[in-house]
Design a protein around this ligand. Structure first.
Ligand code: FAD
Length: 596
C-alpha cells in the first residue's frame, strides 16, 4: 500500500528561503501571515493528508462513487467523514476573504496545502478544489447579494461547488454550447440542457451543491459572444437562506473512467432548473475564464502532486528491492543481490522525477506568490509584471507540468517492474489519476496554442521580454559564482534557445498559422524547461549560500546535486524541441487526411 508524507522540508525551503514568502507580512492584508503560523498550518495539513486522506486513496479507487436510482450519489467509504474534517478544521477557508468567513491567508499557502491534498488523494481533493473555483467565480462576477448568500457557506465548506461547461457536442469549442436560459418574471431564469463530465456534480458530502453553469439566454448571439453564467443550486434557498425545495438539476448518470474513481463525474440534466445570472448577460465566459486560469494552475499542481507521491514510493521501493549487482561491483556483499537503486537506469528515473518535482514546486509556488503580490503591491509596474507573468506561465504550468507528470509517474511505476502493473502496489493508480490532468481545464495542446497564439504576443510580447530582462539581471548578479557555473550556463543557454524558438515562430507563424500550431507543444516545453532552469538557478544560489554560511545539513548539497542533474541531463531537451519547431508544419501536415 503506498504512503504519502508531505515534503515539508522542501516546501519550506521554497517558500521561506528561496521565495521569502515572509515578505507578504509587510502588507496589511497579510500582516498575520508569519512563519510560525505557516509552519503550523503546513504541519497540520501534512498530518491530515498522510493519516486521513492517503489511506483513503486506494479505497476511493476500488469503490468509486455509486449513483442510486433516485439520482443521489454516494462517495467511497470514509470520504464523507474526511470531508467533515476539512469543514471542521476550517481548511476550505485558508486563503479566502475574511469578509465571508475565510482566514485571508496567502494563496501560496493554500497551494502548498492543496499540493498535499492532491498528492494524498487527488479524487478527494477535487471536491474542495472545485468549490474554490466556484467561490472565485462568484467573487469576481457575483452581485453583493449573491456573495452574501453563497460565499459564507461555500467558504466554510458546508456547500460545495461545480463548474458546468462541457456538453456532449462541445468541449474545447464552447461557442457551440446549447444549454438554454429563459427569463422568469422574477429575474431568475429557467435553465434547460445537458452537461456532461461534471466533476463533483452530485455527492453526499455537503448540504447543498452550487452549480455554476454556462448557458445561452434565448435570443443571444451565436458563438462565444452569447454565453452567460448562472448559479444553479441543487436545493433552492428559503427566505432565511437555507436549503429548501429541490431544484430540477439532477445527476442522470456517472461515468466509469480510467482514474480519479473517488470523484463523481456526472451527466447533469437541467430541466427548467431555477438559475440566477452572474454578472452581465452574454459576458459569462469572461468570469469563467478568470476562474479557469486559477483552476489551470491547480491542475498543474495536481500533476506535480501525483509525481511527488509516485516518487516517494518509487524511491523507497528502489532502496528495498534487490535484483542484480551494481555494474561497478556488489554493494550489498552479504546479500544475494544489490538494491535496484544501484542501477544507473533506476537512478535516471528517480533523478528525473526528483529534479522535475522540486523545480516544478518552485515554479507553482512562485506563480502563487506573484498572484498574492499582484493583489497588494503598491507599484503599478510590479502589478503589471505579475499579471504578465501569470498570463504567460499559466498554460505552461498546466500543460508542461502535467505532460511531465505523466512521464514521471510512469517512470516511477517502471521502477516497480511487474509489481508496478499490479493494482495492489498502488503505482497504477498514480498513473491513471494523473492522466486526466492533461485533458481537463483545456487539453494540453490547446494550452500550448493559447501560449503561442495569445499569451506570447499580448502587449507586443511584453511578458516574455520582461521575464528575459529579469533572467539577464539574475545572471549578471550571479554569473561569476564559479560553484554554480553549470547552473548559470544552463540558464543562459536555455534562455537563448527559447529566444530562437520565439523568433522562429514570430517570423513563420503569421504567414502560415500551421507553423505555430505544429510547434506549439514543443515551444510550451521549451518555456517549461527554461522556467524550471530559472527556478533551479534561484534554488542553487540559496542552497550554495547556506553551504557557504556553514550549514552542515545534507539538504543543501543534495539540492545542488539535483539541480545539476536538471541542468546537465534535462535541459538538453531544448535542442530537440527547437529543431522540431524549426521544421515548421510541412512534415506534420503533409499526409492527406484520407491517408490516416
Ligand atoms: C474526468 C473528467 C472530469 C471533467 N470535469 C469537468 C468539469 O468539472 N466541468 C466541465 O465543464 N468539464 C469537465 N470535463 C470536460 C473536459 O474539460 C473536456 O473533456 C475537455 O475540455 C476536452 O473537451 P472534449 O472532451 O469535448 O474534447 P474535444 O474538444 O472534442 O477535443 C478532442 C481533442 O482534440 C484536440 N483539440 C480540440 N480542439 C483543438 C484545437 N482548437 N486545437 C488543437 N487541438 C484541439 C485536443 O487534443 C483534444 O484533446 C471533465 C472531463 C473528464 C474526462
Amino acid at each position: 500500500m503506498p504512503t504519502y508524507n508531505a515534503p515539508l522540508r522542501d516546501m519550506k525551503f521554497v517558500m521561506e528561503e528561496v521565495l521569502n514568502v515572509g515578505q507578504l507580512t509587510e502588507y496589511e492584508k497579510f500582516a498575520e501571515a508569519d512563519t510560525e503560523t505557516l509552519d503550523a498550518i503546513l504541519e497540520q495539513s501534512a498530518k491530515f493528508t498522510s493519516e486521513v486522506l492517503a489511506p483513503l486513496n486506494a479505497v476511493g479507487d476500488h469503490e468509486g462513487c455509486v449513483r442510486h436510482p433516485d439520482g443521489s450519489v454516494t462517495t467511497p467509504t470514509g470520504f464523507k467523514e474526511a470531508y467533515q474534517q476539512v469543514v471542521e478544521g476550517g481548511m476550505m477557508g485558508l486563503a479566502q476573504d475574511p469578509e465571508y468567513g475565510g482566514m485571508g491567508m496567502p494563496g501560496v499557502w493554500h497551494i502548498a496545502a492543496g499540493e498535499m491534498q492532491s498528492a494524498a488523494n487527488m479524487a478527494f481533493a477535487m471536491y474542495p478544489g472545485l468549490t474554490n473555483g466556484a467561490i472565485k467565480a462568484i467573487e469576481i462576477g457575483g452581485s453583493d447579494a449573491q456573495k452574501q448568500t453563497y460565499l459564507p457557506k461555500m467558504i466554510s465548506g458546508e456547500w460545495t461547488g461545480t463548474m458546468n461547461l462541457t456538453e456532449p457536442h462541445c468541449g474545447t469549442d464552447l461557442g457551440m454550447l446549447k444549454t438554454k436560459a429563459v427569463p422568469n418574471s422574477d429575474g431568475s431564469y429557467k435553465i434547460t440542457g445537458q452537461k456532461i463530465f461534471i466533476s463533483a456534480g452530485e455527492h453526499d458530502m455537503s448540504d447543498n451543491i452550487i452549480h455554476l453553469c454556462l448557458a445561452r439566454i434565448e435570443g443571444a448571439p451565436a458563438g462565444v459572444k452569447g454565453i452567460s453564467l448562472f448559479i444553479v443550486p441543487k436545493f433552492k434557498l428559503d427566505a432565511d437562506g437555507n436549503p429548501a425545495e429541490r431544484n430540477t438539476v439532477t445527476c442522470g448518470s456517472i461515468e466509469e473512467k480510467m482514474g480519479i474513481h473517488g470523484n463523481s463525474t456526472c451527466v447533469m440534466n437541467y430541466d427548467e432548473a431555477e438559475g440566477y445570472l452572474i454578472g452581465e448577460e452574454n459576458k459569462g465566459l469572461r468570469v469563467m475564464f478568470v476562474m479557469m486560469n486559477r483552476a489551470r494552475l491547480d491542475v498543474g499542481m495536481q500533476g506535480l502532486a501525483q509525481s511527488e507521491v509516485a516518487y516517494q514510493n518509487a524511491a523507497s521501493y528502489a532502496k528495498d528491492r534487490t535484483q542484480g549487482r551494481a555494474l561497478t561491483g556488489p554493494k550489498n556483499e552479504d546479500g544475494p543481490a544489490d538494491p535496484i537503486i544501484v542501477h544507473p537506469d533506476v537512478r535516471r528515473m528517480l533523478m528525473e522525477t526528483k529534479a522535475f518535482n522540486e523545480g516544478g514546486r518552485a515554479l507553482v509556488y512562485w506563480s502563487a506568490l506573484l498572484e498574492d503580490l499582484e493583489g497588494v503591491h503598491a507599484d503599478e509596474k510590479f502589478r503589471e509584471k505579475a499579471d504578465d507573468y501569470l498570463g504567460l506561465l499559466t498554460p505552461v504550468i498546466k500543460g508542461y507540468l502535467t505532460d511531465m507528470a505523466m512521464k514521471t509517474t510512469i517512470d516511477c511505476q517502471q521502477i516497480f517492474g511487474g509489481h508496478g502493473f499490479i493494482e495492489e502496489w498502488g503505482m497504477s493508480q498514480f498513473v491513471r489519476d494523473t492522466r486526466i490532468a492533461l485533458i481537463y481545464e483545456g487539453a494540453n495542446g490547446v494550452q500550448a496554442l493559447d501560449l503561442v497564439g495569445r499569451k506570447l504576443a499580448r502587449n507586443g510580447g511584453r511578458a516574455l521580454m520582461t521575464l528575459n530582462a529579469e533572467i539577464d539581471a539574475f545572471l549578471k548578479e550571479n554569473g561569476d559564482n564559479e560553484k554554480l557555473a553549470e547552473f548559470m550556463t544552463g540558464l543562459k543557454d536555455a534562455k537563448d534557445k527559447l529566444t530562437q524558438g520565439t523568433m522562429w515562430l514570430m517570423q513563420n507563424g503569421m504567414s502560415n498559422p500551421n507553423n505555430a500550431g505544429a510547434g506549439s507543444v514543443d515551444y510550451m516545453h521549451m518555456m517549461g524547461l527554461t522556467s524550471l532552469a530559472y527556478m533551479w538557478a534561484m534554488m542553487g544560489v540559496t542552497a550554495q549560500k547556506a553551504i557557504d554560511d556553514g550549514s552542515n545539513e545534507d539538504f543543501y548539497p543534495n539540492k545542488i546535486i539535483t539541480g545539476r542533474y536538471f541542468m546537465l541531463r534535462m535541459l538538453p531537451m531544448m535542442d530537440a524541441h527547437l529543431a522540431k519547431i524549426k521544421t515548421g508544419a510541412e512534415p506534420v501536415m503533409a499526409l492527406e487526411a484520407a491517408a490516416f
